[in-house]
Design a protein around this ligand. Structure first.
Ligand code: ASP
Length: 350
């Protein structure tokens, strides 16, 4: 090859490498990242809320969204973003998860949580734990550091201890507001003299604000991986080791990169029976529906007519967010690479 030809080829190769590098950089900028969170659904009405309380809720929701988004922005994984957002809500007494968890009938706290990785459907969950400050972190340990998917009660705590997790007193989850809710709930149950067989009906009859307030997050990272997580104290006055949908994979939490990521909040028994989170993603995957259509069908057309109250946050692999509920309100928030942080509480907010 003559020197002239060699020089031409050499520079052509450099140009090709340079333009390929530029294309990758451009594509990276276009890659969507997104997070959405919830802090529970229910009878949340402006008339029940002081302006200070409303401000406090909005500020905490925004803090949680931003905590998760920061992880994604730095190139972190969706699982880490989900954990970061949920930890903010678990550590706040405003929400029914971690500190601020509702009381059981016996006056204690039993916490449930689960997490799922959309890459490979790995999942971890804990149910009925009493001494774990951040149950979502333990759920992740179950997923990553055990051959199991779901651990419960004393066994889950033994596993936590074996992995060096600090135990906290059950009373550290106490809050005055939740204690009052338990007293009201018990008064109502006892006034109506509900026996065990009618217990579900009595709990159903309680105003929703006594029962709900789970937290959850869904995230999409720059590698296109979805993740979902949910953490809760369950429902006020729950008994007999009752476990809701939050730690049940497919019911309260689901993530699969081929369809969507979902975290749910609401009356857990319905969400378990109707396999809500997985059903939404199945409609997306097998019926080619958008997440907005699939979530609306399940929440408003399947659950609502049978009395299943609650809502979901849903995220798809393109970074689209859908927040759907059939109650008066749902504490919620989101931020994506194309839309700034947004938080909302009531049903008449966009
Ligand atoms: N889904 C939760 C449960 O049934 C409660 C909630 O979302 O507020 O335990």
């Amino acid at each position: 090859m003559g020197t002239g030809k060699f020089i031409t080829r050499f520079f052509t190769a450099i140009l090709l490498v340079a333009s390929a590098t530029a294309a990758v950089a451009e594509a990276r900028e276009d890659v969507p990242i997104a997070i959405a969170i919830h802090g529970g659904a229910g009878t949340i009405e402006k008339s029940n809320m002081t302006p200070e309380k409303e401000r406090a809720y909005r500020a905490k929701l925004e803090e949680a969204v931003n905590a998760g988004y920061r992880v994604l922005e730095k190139g972190g994984e969706s699982l880490d973003a989900v954990i970061a957002a949920i930890n903010v809500l678990e550590n706040s007494p405003l929400f029914n998860a971690g500190k601020g968890a509702v009381y059981t009938y016996e006056g204690t706290h039993e916490l449930d949580a689960s997490i799922m990785d959309g890459r490979d459907r790995q999942a971890g969950a804990v149910a009925g734990v009493k001494r774990i400050a951040n149950p979502i972190n333990l759920a992740r340990m179950v997923m990553e550091d055990s051959p199991f998917v779901m651990l419960s009660g004393a066994g889950a705590e033994e596993f936590a201890r074996s992995r060096g997790v600090a135990m906290v007193d059950n009373q550290s989850f106490d809050t005055e507001q939740r204690r009052k809710q338990l007293e009201k709930a018990k008064e109502k149950l006892e006034r109506e003299n509900k026996q065990d067989k009618d217990y579900q009906a009595a709990v159903d009859a309680l105003p929703i604000r006594y029962k709900m307030g789970t937290v959850g997050a869904v995230a999409l990272d720059k590698n296109g991986n979805l993740a979902a997580g949910t953490s809760t104290g369950g429902m006020t006055a729950k008994r007999y080791g009752r476990i809701g949908d939050a730690p049940v994979i497919g019911a309260g939490t689901f993530a699969d990169n081929r369809s969507c990521a979902v975290s749910a909040t609401g009356h857990g028994e319905y969400f378990i029976r109707y396999n809500v989170a997985a059903d939404i993603c199945a409609r997306v995957q097998y019926q080619d529906k958008s997440i907005a259509t699939a979530a609306d069908e399940v929440i408003n057309r399947v659950l609502k007519p049978i009395g299943g109250t609650g809502g979901v946050i849903v995220l798809d692999p393109a970074g689209q967010v859908s927040l759907v509920f059939n109650t008066k309100g749902m504490y919620r928030g989101s931020r994506t690479s194309t839309s700034p942080v947004r938080v909302a509480i009531f049903d008449d907010e966009g």
